[in-house]
Design a protein around this ligand. Structure first.
Ligand code: ZN
Ligand code: ZN
Length: 256
């Protein structure tokens, strides 16, 4: 089954011992591209090194995660992200709002997210957005950015149908992770509401391994299990989900 892993933290130290083997396994099970997410400038640099070593397979993004928004320095960090885009980063992020963990004060999260959305508008790049228990503010900021022409992805989506629909209405994409295979997942309605041409799938590895690998270190090869679950909910063949989401990923990120 062909697929694109639209969101993987391959630069994470969890992969230091066997990163090349993980990429090889993903390739041999159908991954045609891996979007390696830089959730910090350091992770972005290491993700870029992967993109350089595996051209046409690995791509990188650059941003500052909401968990780290308290230490976001606009001058330094926007310059750093801009430089990564100059070196081929396909998107800005992940950035966003996480009011579940609240690792950074919410006003700092909004400021860092807003600055990255503005940079996305300036550089005409899509954004990869993390949102958790921050629906009201996410919706307002995504709608404003969307009206300004910014495209993006709500990644690892676990939010409401209403927020998904608001993002879809401004042209955005919605990505599902292995969470849709968990026993406690009860939101198949949101998996159904995303149109075929806006749907993405992702591992978010090393986190969130799908059933039956739950609790282990996740890896991109298991995105096929998420595709199977999404396919079952939507009543289509997993291969169709793999192909459609791969083509959507290529379109939103401008992959070769
Ligand atoms: Zn995230
Ligand atoms: Zn992530």
């Amino acid at each position: 089954m062909e697929f694109v892993d639209s969101h993987v933290h391959l630069a994470d130290h969890a992969f230091d011992a066997d990163r090349d083997a993980v990429i090889q396994r993903a390739r041999s099970t159908g991954a045609s591209a891996l979007v390696c997410v830089g959730e910090s400038l350091d992770a972005a640099r290491r993700s870029r090194e992967l993109a350089e070593r595996f051209p046409g397979v690995c791509y990188h993004t650059a941003g500052v995660h909401p968990h780290d928004a308290a230490s976001f320095d606009p001058a330094r960090d926007l310059d750093g992200i801009r430089a990564e885009v100059g070196r081929g980063a396909v998107a800005i992020g992940e950035c966003g709002l996480d009011y579940h963990y609240d690792h950074s004060p919410r006003d700092r999260q909004r400021a860092a997210f807003g600055d990255q959305l503005a940079l996305a508008a300036e550089l005409r790049r899509p954004v990869v957005v993390h949102t958790r228990e921050a629906e009201h503010d996410t919706r307002a900021m995504v709608e404003e950015a969307g009206r300004g022409g910014v495209l993006g992805v709500l990644h690892c989506y676990t939010g409401s149908v209403a927020l998904a629909e608001a993002a879809l209405a401004v042209g955005w994409f919605v990505s599902f992770s292995g969470i849709v295979t968990f026993k406690r997942w009860s939101a198949d309605d949101v998996v159904r509401v995303v149109p075929d041409d806006r749907l993405l799938i992702e591992s978010d590895a090393p986190y969130l391994a799908p059933v039956p690998h739950r609790g282990k270190r996740n890896e991109p090869t298991w995105v096929s299990l998420t595709a199977e679950r999404v396919a079952a909910v939507r009543g289509v063949h997993p291969r169709e989900i793999g192909a459609r989401t791969a083509s959507n990923a290529r379109r939103v990120f401008g992959l070769a």
